[in-house]
Design a protein around this ligand. Structure first.
Ligand SMILES: [Zn+2]
Length: 411
């Protein structure tokens, strides 16, 4: 998808925008409007119709306005295009390599449409703001997918962790491209495994974080809380030992756990998806940042009680760390945090579960750890590719890593 790049907004435009907001009414239909304009005088005329000018280019502007304003611009003969899709919201220009929601949707739709024999794309829920949470199922044998061992990979629980959305997207594209290109390892895996990829669990938060082309450092989803604040921390809302430490009951806080376990559309969507795909044996949730490989428990300091389960997590984490250079450790070695994805997926389903905290190791460069810039996307994917292939490989029986002849417990 062609990306409209934000160039500097003039103070004039900002002033116009702020003065217009007050006259907007919920009764109107709103549009993004591409309007011909070649100088500040023409832009002033456009602004005087009451639209909010958001992007200024040499020969046009992108404005946000209602039906009446759209009509006025049509009368002027300057209106080039109108859309009620939010195509203007975007990453700052320097980070345009990252996918916003529309671009992500386009990319995976293309992947599914061009490869209907191996890729199935479904919406697993609609968010509060009406966005689809997309899931990709990738396997060479969809008819018998549920008979095959499965692994699930997901990103974007936290809004500002945009790198965590790029990883599952690249992983999906890699699997398809390599399968088509004849890579025997990938062909073998897609013939014998069922792969589930949910690139962004929290699209509302992700879009809010990049709204207006500047980062908002947003973490949570965009639920309206009872006290008038916004957002629940989705990685504190899962229903295993929910609310038992390391999460907040105050909606103002970054780690707000929500009013009850699985109160949120997004976490419930993941729950339902994992509950119904009973062949899943491995789960990986991408987050950023800190360069860590984490495994349960997060809600308490004690380790996993079942000895072999603990050993499998430890063995897999240390093996993967040899490839990506991350630090493997039990989650609560950082701090106690209850209600996260992996405590639930292991605690309830005994799925071998990991969280990767991606690069960078600290927030000392590139505008902060959450926004490390486009240059890291490919190298971070490359260093995590072998761990991804490894997890998928061992999804038939993760206990194989122990080399002690323990049979699979599922499927
Ligand atoms: Zn996170």
């Amino acid at each position: 998808m062609k990306k409209l790049k934000l160039i500097g907004l003039s103070l004039f435009c900002l002033f116009t925008f702020s003065s217009i907001k007050q006259v907007q009414s919920k009764d109107y239909q709103y549009y993004w409007l591409k309007v011909s304009a070649h100088d500040k005088f023409q832009r002033s005329v456009i602004a005087n119709t009451g639209v909010a000018i958001e992007i200024v280019k040499d020969d046009y502007v992108i404005a946000y306005g209602n039906d009446l304003q759209k009509e006025a611009l049509e009368k002027l003969g300057w209106l080039e295009a109108a859309s009620n899709l939010a195509f203007e919201k975007d990453f700052p220009t320097k980070d345009s390599a990252y996918h916003n929601y529309a671009e992500l949707t386009d990319a995976i739709t293309k992947l599914a449409n061009e490869n209907p024999d191996i890729v199935k794309m479904t919406s697993i829920a609609k968010t509060n703001e009406g966005r689809d949470i997309w899931a990709l199922q990738i396997t060479a044998d969809h008819a018998h997918a549920s008979d095959k061992p499965a692994a699930i990979f997901m990103g974007g629980h936290h809004a500002r962790e945009h790198l965590s959305v790029e990883m599952p997207l690249l992983w999906a594209q890699y699997l398809v491209t390599q399968f088509r290109g004849g890579n025997p390892r990938v062909i073998g895996l897609l013939n014998s495994r069922d792969v589930h990829i949910i690139p962004v669990v929290n699209p509302d938060g992700m879009e809010y974080d990049i709204k207006d082309g500047s980062y908002k450092m947003w973490r949570k989803n965009r639920s309206r809380n009872a006290n008038g604040t916004y957002g629940v921390d989705l990685n504190r809302n899962y229903g295993y030992q929910w609310g038992t430490g390391g999460s907040s009951s105050d909606g103002n806080n970054e780690t707000y756990m929500g009013p009850k376990a699985f109160s949120e559309i997004e976490s419930t969507a993941i729950k339902n998806y994992v509950d119904t795909h009973t062949n899943i044996t491995i789960l990986l949730s991408f987050h950023s940042f800190s360069k860590l490989i984490l495994y349960p428990w997060g809600h308490k300091y004690a380790g996993i009680e079942t000895a072999n389960d603990k050993l499998v997590h430890e063995k897999m984490a240390t093996t993967m760390a040899e490839w990506n250079g991350y630090q493997p450790q039990q989650s609560s070695e950082l701090y106690i945090a209850s209600g996260d994805t992996t405590d639930w997926s292991y605690g309830v389903h005994k799925i071998i579960s990991f969280t990767f905290e991606l690069d960078p190791a600290n927030n000392g460069f590139g505008g902060g750890g959450f926004y490390p810039g486009p240059g890291v996307i490919d190298p971070v994917f490359q260093k995590n590719l072998e761990p991804l292939l490894y997890l998928l490989d061992y999804s038939d029986n993760p206990y194989r890593v122990l080399n002690v002849g323990i049979g699979p417990i599922k499927p």
